[in-house]
Design a protein around this ligand. Structure first.
Ligand SMILES: Cc1ncc(C[n+]2csc(CCOP(=O)(O)OP(=O)(O)O)c2C)c(N)n1
Ligand SMILES: [Mg+2]
Length: 320
């Protein structure tokens, strides 16, 4: 780990994502949240590690699986929860829901559920930053499924050609809905190797190791900021719950229980605690205080969301 002082914040970001999403899952059956939710439980380290390498003024683009990226970039727990409840106090004024979060004040430029669609928007944003002489870096999150879309290749090609300050961050959780890699891509071909064909610097890493993610992202962000151009990072991880919704779906048979259990053992939070408590890099007391603070935050956010009013009419999404 290149920056041990960052460890507590990495833990805090991961735990916040985990606990917020677990609360969403607990409350979902009340049917007060009327939007679909794509939970990233199990994948928290990619969002936390990558976003921690960014400045507040840097920009992030996200996908249908948006909560981790939003919270990682410093989005408000209250505003996200209220958005999922469809309330006027939500970060998208209650008109977006889980898949359309936005918070310009923290550089979270938006999430969209059309797979691959935010990639060219992020690249265009980076192009704009260069044209205006702004030192901003743009990080675009997407799943490995999005790399199967033409727009991904067009975007990477353009970013390489114009040496744009973009970090392409691919969260490879092995599945696109119920389809494993084996029915989508030739055996033995790594996702990053396809990106490499565009002449972009590529790295593959352990997506459940938050310190490893942070180190890879930090290098890529620094290079982008210094005018060195884009980087593609492929981070291997695994979603624990169903593709869409609060439940577990191992009974469906599209993946094996053995595979799930293997990845369950690679829990990013447990791995962090095991490693850094043992080494003395973080103190148990400090982690407990973080956990207590997050419990209070989550309870407060749910109460805030539930007690907030619904929007009067659908307005203000595109023009604040
Ligand atoms: C253009 C487009 N095609 C198909 C879908 C349906 N869809 C929604 S999420 C998803 C899976 C995407 O997989 P991946 O990019 O790996 O992200 P993950 O869900 O694994 O995080 C698909 C196919 C969509 N939303 N948009
Ligand atoms: Mg996937």
């Amino acid at each position: 780990m290149s920056d041990p002082a960052k460890l507590p914040i990495l833990y805090e970001l991961m735990l916040r994502i985990r606990r917020v999403e677990e609360r969403i899952a607990d409350l979902y059956s009340e049917q007060e949240m009327r939007c679909p939710v794509h939970l990233c439980i199990g994948q928290e380290a990619t969002a936390a590690g990558a976003c921690a390498a960014l400045e507040r003024t840097d920009h992030v683009y996200s996908t249908h699986r948006s909560h981790g990226h939003y919270l990682g970039k410093g989005g408000s727990v209250r505003a996200m929860m209220a958005e999922i409840y469809g309330k006027a106090t939500g970060c998208s004024k209650g008109n977006g829901g889980s898949m359309h979060l936005v918070d310009l004040s923290v550089g979270y430029m938006g999430s969209t559920p059309i797979v691959g669609s935010s990639i060219p928007i992020g690249v265009g944003d980076a192009f704009g930053a260069v044209l205006r002489g702004e030192k901003r870096v743009t990080m675009v999150f997407f799943g490995e499924g999005a790399t199967e879309e033409g727009v991904f290749h067009e975007s990477v090609n353009f970013a390489v050609l114009r040496k744009l300050p973009v970090v392409f961050l691919c969260e490879n959780n092995l599945y696109s809905v119920y389809s494993p890699m084996s029915v989508r891509q030739p055996a033995g071909r790594e996702v990053y190797s396809v990106a490499q064909g565009h002449g972009i610097e590529c790295h593959q890493g352990a997506g459940n190791d938050v310190a490893a993610v942070y180190d890879l992202a930090r290098k890529a962000v620094r290079k982008a900021r210094e005018g060195g151009g884009p980087t593609f990072l492929e981070l291997k991880t695994y979603r624990w719950r169903e593709h869409c919704g609060p439940n577990f779906d191992n009974d469906l048979g599209y993946r094996t229980v053995e595979e799930y259990e293997e990845w369950r053992k690679l829990c990013p939070l447990e791995a962090f605690e095991k490693r850094y408590l043992a080494s003395g890099a973080v103190a148990a007391d400090e982690l407990r205080r973080i956990a207590e603070r997050i419990e209070r935050e989550v309870a407060d956010a749910v109460a805030f969301a539930k007690s907030s009013p619904f929007p009067q009419e659908a307005q203000g999404v595109y023009a604040p």
